[in-house]
Design a protein around this ligand. Structure first.
Ligand code: DX5
Ligand code: ZN
Length: 218
């Protein structure tokens, strides 16, 4: 079985000092760093792109878990790979040729991820299960941090876990993860937990360490 991992989303960090915020959260016990890329088209918000990720790369050797909320994604996959992402996750809804996008990420030598909006059924990834290293279940509608976990997603996580079967695939959940929701998400079968606002509150390493410890406990 795969380890439990906490993947803080830097979307909730102080953007004016992002390098230090990445370093602090890793020093505080983060397993992965979750990078939310938004284009103002696929989702109604704009965050940052590959140049920002490239500038963060020297601050840590931690796994950069890149969540692309962009459409189309294909023209930018190489740029994100070169920027230093370790895993690249695309939305199944972001293009007509999901299998091609996944093969492209594989060809770039990165961990391959696929994600689904809350309303998208798991059946759309049924035929690409052997092409992915990670499945991300969105537990909020993507675009913003600080939203509430959609309870119907617990069943979806359970179903995804069953669908994965004996395969070695990370099962990640993103949105509204707090000490109140992480336990049930773990019980449902997820092992990677994205948390933005629950980790980046308070000031610096000491606060972040307490926040991460609280999530791991719960
Ligand atoms: C939503 C992003 C999430 C989000 C998580 O579009 O993909 O990663 O920032 O933030 P919280 O943990 O605050 O829900
Ligand atoms: Zn995300």
């Amino acid at each position: 079985t795969l380890p439990i991992r906490i993947a803080p989303s830097i979307l909730a960090a102080d953007f004016s000092r992002l390098g230090q915020e990445v370093k602090d959260v890793v020093d505080a016990g983060a397993d992965w760093v979750h990078l939310d890329v938004m284009d103002g088209h696929f989702v109604p918000n704009i965050s940052f792109g590959p140049d920002v990720i490239k500038s963060l790369r020297p601050y840590t050797s931690a796994f950069f878990d890149c969540h692309l909320m962009i459409s189309p994604a294909d023209p930018y996959l190489e740029a994100f790979a070169k920027a230093g992402c370790d895993g690249i996750t695309v939305h199944a809804e972001a293009g007509a040729h999901l299998h091609r996008s996944l093969q492209t990420i594989r060809g770039l030598g990165k961990k391959v991820g696929v994600t689904l909006n809350p309303a998208t059924p798991l059946s759309v990834i049924e035929n690409v299960l052997d092409d992915v290293d990670l499945i991300l279940i969105m537990s909020v509608n993507p675009g913003f941090g600080g939203q509430k976990f959609i309870p119907a997603m617990f069943d979806k996580i359970r179903a995804a876990k069953a669908m994965i079967g004996a395969r070695t695939i990370e099962l990640e959940v993103d949105g509204g993860i707090t000490a109140d929701t992480i336990g049930a998400a773990t019980a449902a079968g997820a092992n990677v937990f994205v948390a933005g606002s629950a980790v980046y509150k308070g000031d610096g390493v000491t606060a972040y360490r307490e926040n991460i410890a609280r999530l791991k406990q719960a």
